[in-house]
Each structure stands twice: as structure tokens, then as C-alpha cells.
Design a protein around this ligand. Structure first.
Ligand code: DAH
Length: 347
């Protein structure tokens, strides 16, 4: 082999031996075995040789190329293995470390309460329906026997939506769905309506500007107040215990006649009188009554043929009583310490 080829071989081998990175490998390959590398230019030099020396020289260059290619392949294997090894060390996982438990989300206590209450009414044959939160004042008031100039319209501290054409409100109660439901179907009607409501309200421990209600409505031939009391008693006992006593007292709501407030004996003091029941022994749960004939007329039901009753309750209030929550504002502050407690309660 010529001196030049000897020198080329030595240079290539020495450089290859020092290589530890993939980048350097690529550079080396380009410099020696690449299309413009030293082996290629050595091959081109063949034209300068006398004819009789050419075959031997050609063979020598080919042999050197094969030798260098083999050396390169070996070095490449070593470099790749070493870098894989070091990556494995850096990225290794200690499988003996204790795991981190992922934080699982849970249903909001109001959502759970809605499911529990609608389940109880579902067992008694009530279908659950939902309605719009942005509501036409006709459904929120007029059709519920609360005309424009009626003083009872002030009872609901309504949030109005600006509108040129019609009076639009954020619904202050779920009662509008009584009307929407009756407009859609013929009796018999048995529905409960859970949903969010809004009022222009000063906030305190028992008042939020948005909260939830469940409305109930039953309309059929020969529905009486006895059915109302029996149904509500069953609901109260399912939620607050079989031993609960129940009480009706007269109350006024424009869309019912007669209207009542429905109370249970205080489960904290068994009716003796305590802080929760303000010493009365009774806890008011909801408003109810026999659907007013005017309401039936508004939806085209004949009040001489059909009777019905309705009720409406605040869901947060039921949850507060059931789980001893002292402030309604807890529900909407998004504090995980509060919310996560209901995992266990409802499990
Ligand atoms: N809508 C009433 C309110 O928000 C609650 C209510 C009372 C609903 C009596 C009724 C009812 O259906 O019969 O204050």
C-alpha cells in the first residue's frame, strides 16, 4: 500500500477511536467515506498513476474502504450503546417509591342532592324535566297568576335582562316550568323540575344571588290536597328519616289556592326546640298548594275537569339541613376542603 494510503488509514483510525458522539460519527463518515471524502479523492488520483500500477492501487483503495467501513460500523455500535446506557441511567424510574394518588373530582353536593331528590320523586312516578334559566316574564310571572301590577311581583327580587321587545328575566324560581310543561302535554302530569335560579339578593348565610330549586307539579282528575301531603311526607321521610312528623300551615303564593308552607319536626332536637329550628320545634322545607284555576286556564286546562298541586323548594336549604352546612355561600366558593367532604357523605 502506498505511503499516502497508509497515512490516510492511520489518520482515519486515530480519529475514529476518539469519537464518543453521534455528531462526530457523522462528521467522520463525511470526511472519509462520503462522496467528497478522502477515499473518493484517493480513488480519483488513480488517473495520475502509470497504467501498470493502477489495478493494485485500485484494489488497495477498495480494501481500505471496506476496512474503514467496518471500523466505522463497530464504533457506531459502541457509541450508540453507550449513549443509550447513559439515557437509561438518567431517566430511570424508582419503582419502589410510593405512588401519588391522583385527585379525583367529585359531584357537587347540590348536584348530588338534586339526584337524590329526583330519585325519590321518580320512585313515586314523577318525571324530571328542565327549563330555561333566561325566561320570558310571561312564564315567570303572568301565566303564574302574577300580572304586571300585582304587588306579589316584587316578592321575587328579579334580575331583568335588557330587551326592547319583551320582558326577559333570569328566572327567580323554577315555577315557570309548570306552564311550559302543561303547554306541552295533556294531563295526567307528574313532573319535578330541578334548576338554577337567580335573584337580586343581599348575600348572607342563607341567601345567595343564584341558587337551585326543585319544582313539583301533579295535575289530573280528582287530585286533592291529601295527595300533596302524602307525597311530601314520603319525600321528607326518605330524605330526613322515617320518623319525621309533617305539618301544613296556610301561606300565600299567587299561583296556588289554597297555599301552604310545609314543615317537618326538627330532627336536631326531635321537636323540642333548638337553635336550628329557632326554638319552634319545626323546620319549614318548602311552599306548596293547589294549582290556582287561573294558572290552569292559562294553559288551556279546564279547572272544572282537572285539579293539581305544586310545590317549590330550595335545594341548598335541604342540603344544609341534611348535612349540617351552616352557610349557603360555601356551595359556590369552590373550596376543595368543603367539596371533598361530600365524597364520604354520599358514597
Ligand atoms: N316559586 C316559589 C318561590 O320561589 C316556591 C313555590 C311556592 C313553588 C309554592 C310552588 C308553590 O310551586 O306551590 O318562592
Amino acid at each position: 500500500m502506498s505511503d499516502d494510503l497508509e497515512r490516510l488509514k492511520r489518520e482515519a483510525s486515530e480519529r475514529l477511536e476518539r469519537i464518543t458522539s453521534e455528531d462526530d460519527l457523522a462528521d467522520w463518515h463525511r470526511d472519509f467515506l462520503g462522496r467528497q471524502g478522502q477515499i473518493t479523492s484517493a480513488m480519483k488520483g488513480i488517473s495520475q498513476l502509470p497504467a501498470e500500477e493502477r489495478p493494485a492501487f485500485g484494489q488497495a483503495v477498495n480494501a481500505l474502504r471496506n476496512e474503514l467501513q467496518e471500523a466505522f460500523d463497530n464504533r457506531q455500535d459502541q457509541v450508540l450503546a453507550a449513549s443509550l446506557q447513559s439515557r437509561l441511567q438518567q431517566e430511570s424510574v424508582d419503582v419502589t417509591l410510593p405512588g401519588r394518588t391522583p385527585l379525583a373530582g367529585t359531584l357537587h353536593p347540590v348536584t348530588r342532592m338534586i339526584r337524590e331528590i329526583t330519585r325519590v320523586f321518580g320512585l313515586m312516578g314523577f318525571q324530571t324535566v328542565e327549563g330555561p334559566e333566561v325566561e320570558d316574564a310571561y312564564y315567570a310571572f303572568d301565566a303564574l297568576n302574577i300580572p304586571q301590577d300585582h304587588p306579589a311581583r316584587d316578592v321575587w327580587d328579579t334580575i331583568f335582562i335588557e330587551s326592547e321587545q319583551r320582558e326577559i328575566v333570569l328566572r327567580p324560581h323554577t315555577s315557570p316550568m309548570q306552564i311550559r310543561t302543561m303547554e306541552q302535554v295533556e294531563p295526567p302530569v307528574r313532573v319535578v323540575v330541578p334548576g338554577r335560579c337567580y335573584r337580586y339578593e343581599a348575600l348572607d348565610a342563607t341567601h345567595e344571588w343564584h341558587f337551585h330549586q326543585i319544582e313539583g307539579l301533579a295535575v289530573d282528575t280528582s287530585i286533592t290536597m291529601t295527595d300533596l301531603k302524602g307525597t311530601l311526607a314520603e319525600f321528607a321521610r326518605q330524605i330526613f328519616g322515617q320518623e319525621r312528623k309533617v305539618r301544613f300551615r296556610c301561606d300565600y303564593f299567587p299561583f296556588v289556592e289554597p297555599g301552604v308552607d310545609f314543615a317537618i319536626d326538627c330532627m336536631f332536637c326531635e321537636g323540642k326546640g333548638c337553635r336550628v329550628c329557632s326554638g319552634t320545634g319545626w323546620i319549614e322545607l318548602l311552599g306548596a298548594g293547589m294549582v290556582h284555576p287561573n294558572v290552569l286556564r292559562h294553559v288551556g286546562y279546564d279547572p272544572d275537569v282537572y285539579t293539581g298541586w305544586a310545590f317549590g323548594m330550595g335545594i341548598e336549604r335541604i342540603a344544609m339541613l341534611k348535612y349540617g352546612i351552616e352557610d349557603i355561600r360555601h356551595f359556590y366558593q369552590g373550596d376543595v376542603r368543603f367539596l371533598s367532604q361530600f365524597n364520604r357523605v354520599f358514597a
